[in-house]
Design a protein. Structure first.
Length: 138
């Protein structure tokens, strides 16, 4: 598949999932990264009217796990997140956030991703680290 077809395919997998609820859209990819966006609005707020850290982590895990799927034979293997850590550095109450997952380690059984989440002005909102395990399907 080419880049556009791959992004369309990833976005089609979001139907009836948390990613659809949060309006996460895959927008760019390369050999070692995947990028997705999510609008910041009342659907992803905490009670104080700012972006909920859990919504930010859901975006990070969605982009990092989806990126791992691009590296494996999905007929033979499945990807599962086993650890995620997030540092939330700046609050946000409107606009969009952009998450880019970059591969740090691509092993046979684990993938380690760094996910930087920025706003439209490239301000760092959160920095996340995700470890995925690659398991053989039985």
């Amino acid at each position: 598949m080419n880049k556009t077809e791959t992004l369309d395919f990833l976005n089609s997998l979001s139907k009836n999932t948390l990613m659809e609820t949060l309006e996460i859209k895959f927008v760019d990819l390369g050999d070692d990264f995947l990028t997705a966006t999510m609008p910041v609005n009342s659907r992803v707020f905490q009670p104080m009217g700012i972006l909920h850290g859990g919504a930010t982590v859901a975006l990070a895990e969605s982009v990092g796990s989806s990126a791992s799927h691009l590296f494996v034979d999905n007929e033979k293997f499945m990807v599962k997140g086993i650890e995620i850590a997030a540092n939330h550095l700046k609050s946000k109450s409107d606009g969009i956030i952009i998450a880019t997952a970059k591969i740090i380690h691509k092993g046979r059984t684990t993938h380690l991703w760094e996910i930087k989440i920025v706003d439209e002005e490239n301000n760092l909102i959160s920095l996340c680290k995700l470890t995925n395990i690659i398991l053989e399907k039985k």
